[in-house]
Write a protein that binds this ligand. Structure first.
Ligand code: FES
Length: 106
């Protein structure tokens, strides 16, 4: 099991269990993390699963692909650590991952 911490805009935290092979978005949906809408179901076509990856984890998650970057143009409050959580695959190396949920998705 891989633990992922989602920090809400008000500072509250939710730690969820994820399995390697699923995406960070799927882990969020499974545990009903508020603020992750994921309208397109993980097809990199909606940008409503946007998160800010904590600085300490950016190297491990890597940056967005070109297609993801194009989609992020539609997201709200895009920052340096912005990723679409449906494009982050959970691996054992991401155990302890911390991401922040933006104030809104669009
Ligand atoms: S769920 Fe739609 S882009 Fe991630």
């Amino acid at each position: 099991m891989v633990k992922i911490t989602f920090i809400q805009p008000d500072g509250s935290q939710l730690v969820v269990d994820a399995e390697p092979g699923m995406t960070v978005m799927e882990a969020a949906k499974k545990h009903e993390v508020p603020g992750i809408e994921a309208e397109c179901g993980g097809a990199c076509a909606c940008a409503t699963c946007h998160v800010h990856v904590d600085e300490a984890w950016r190297e491990k998650t890597g940056g967005p692909s070109e297609m993801e970057e194009d989609m992020l143009d539609f997201a709200f409050d895009v920052r340096e650590g912005s990723r679409l959580s449906c494009q982050i695959k959970v691996t054992d190396a991401l155990d302890g991952l911390v991401v922040r949920v933006p104030e809104k998705q669009f």
